[in-house]
Ligand binder design. Structure first.
Ligand code: 5GP
Ligand code: ZN
Length: 107
């Protein structure tokens, strides 16, 4: 947990953010500024600043399985995934996350 990290605070429950899905490795919540009809963020519980700081190979496997699981649960048959790494690439929150963007097809 990083004290000045907004996603760590969300994970800690500081803002009462609703989790669309969660397991021991990750939480999933809605992006506050959605760029698609469904825009979710898949976020590891552990604080990793970006893909450049990732050391745990298994963690990325868990995150991608989390993407698959949440897509299934929210009725997303087609979706885009995105990871922004570094300020110039558009990374605003320095806690690793995968954007999942799509259009709901069923619930
Ligand atoms: P990045 O640009 O770092 O890849 O993506 C950060 C994303 O987090 C942005 O799409 C932004 O809208 C979202 N975001 C930033 N702060 C919050 C917040 O407090 N709550 C939620 N739900 N999303 C946030
Ligand atoms: Zn964090």
């Amino acid at each position: 947990m990083s004290n000045d990290c907004i996603f760590c605070k969300i994970i800690n429950g500081d803002f009462g953010t609703e989790f669309v899905y969660e397991n021991e490795h990750l939480v999933v919540f809605k992006d506050i500024n959605p760029k698609a009809p469904v825009h979710l963020l898949v976020v590891p519980r552990v604080h990793v600043a970006s893909l450049n700081e990732l050391e745990d190979k298994n963690l990325m496997g868990e995150l991608l399985m989390g993407v698959k699981e949440v897509a299934k649960r929210t009725g997303l048959k087609s979706y885009r995934t995105q990871i922004n790494t570094g300020k110039e690439a558009g990374q605003e929150v320095f806690h690793l996350h995968i954007h999942v963007m799509g259009k709901q097809t069923s619930v």
